[in-house]
Design a protein around this ligand. Structure first.
Ligand SMILES: NC(=O)c1ccc[n+]([C@@H]2O[C@H](COP(=O)([O-])OP(=O)(O)OC[C@H]3O[C@@H](n4cnc5c(N)ncnc54)[C@H](OP(=O)(O)O)[C@@H]3O)[C@@H](O)[C@H]2O)c1
Length: 258
């Protein structure tokens, strides 16, 4: 926690920047934009749990074509944003279908920063070890599966973490967060897909949800978020939202909790 004097000093510097922008719009710099987007995500202590998810979706709420192709729905600015989020994170989390379809590396390449640990949720051990998250050794990979999985054989390039099933037969997101916390991983970035992010949202385990909406209508494909059915639009979640322009796309950051 910063001393009160530090906070005042910081606020004064921000205030001076704002006064400058008010008088001369050209003084609004790229550094200001980066501070505005990422500054609020960096206020917690390093050991405080913070869970943030991101999905890039079409105007009609699709994150991939029906065949699983998702490269690329959003533009370059959002891709760079994703790498910056990885660089801020202790761990990046994805569901097993994202590995099967995209075979991502999940490392930081479009900006400076350290690679986060990689966490794959694969309850049924669908992955065999031939994907890049296992063959690339630039950062550790953790594979989360279920305790009752009879096929808990080791996998080269990954530490296996077995967790119990919850009442729905899934792995409770809170148990995943706790298991990662026990390994010193606190700032967690969930990069998809829609099923995985929906589990965390439904369980109330997200501090922030970033939806980058690209100006494209797909008309078919894999859904972004899927939550239990509601009968009245008034029952929908209405979080506080920040809106940020990323090139041609718009990032909506939903703020849950504090
Ligand atoms: N546009 C984007 O931002 C973006 C980002 C990432 C991926 N994608 C695309 O989205 C598609 C994949 O997304 P998806 O939503 O279909 O699947 P996904 O979220 O990648 O993976 C879902 C699977 O992960 C496992 N899983 C996740 N959370 C779990 C939990 N709490 N408990 C138990 N199992 C859990 C389950 O595996 P089982 O099925 O074995 O039970 C589940 O079916 C791909 O086409 C990919 O290209 C798009």
């Amino acid at each position: 926690m910063a001393a009160e004097g530090d906070i005042k000093g910081y606020a004064e510097a921000q205030w001076q920047g704002l006064l400058g922008r008010r008088r001369n719009a050209s003084t609004y710099t790229a550094a200001d934009a980066i501070e505005a987007l990422y500054g609020p995500l960096c206020t917690r202590s390093v050991e405080q749990t913070f869970v943030i998810a991101h999905l890039a979706q079409s105007l009609d709420g699709r994150i991939a074509a029906a065949n699983g192709a998702s490269r690329w729905i959003s533009g370059d600015e959002d891709l760079q944003h994703t790498h910056r989020m990885r660089a801020l994170a202790d761990a990046v989390i994805v569901g097993t279908d994202t590995i099967l379809h995209d075979d991502p590396l999940l490392t930081v390449r479009r900006c400076s920063g350290n690679h986060p640990a990689r966490v794959i949720i694969d309850p049924r051990r669908k992955l065999k070890g031939d994907h890049q998250v296992f063959t690339d050794r630039s950062t550790p990979t953790l594979l989360i599966t279920t305790e009752d999985n009879s096929n808990n054989t080791p996998i080269d390039g990954a530490e296996i973490i077995a967790l119990p099933r919850d009442g729905d037969g899934k792995i409770a997101p809170a148990a995943i967060v706790a298991a990662l916390k026990a390994r010193g991983l606190h700032w967690l970035f969930i990069e998809g897909g829609g099923v995985t992010v929906s589990h965390f949202l439904r369980a109330g385990c997200l501090d922030r949800l970033q939806l980058t909406v690209a100006p494209v209508i797909m008309g078919s494909g894999r859904p972004s978020l899927t939550l239990p059915e509601i009968m009245d639009p008034a029952s929908g979640l209405r979080p506080t939202v920040r809106r940020i322009t990323l090139g041609d796309d718009t990032l909506f950051e939903c703020i849950f909790g504090t």
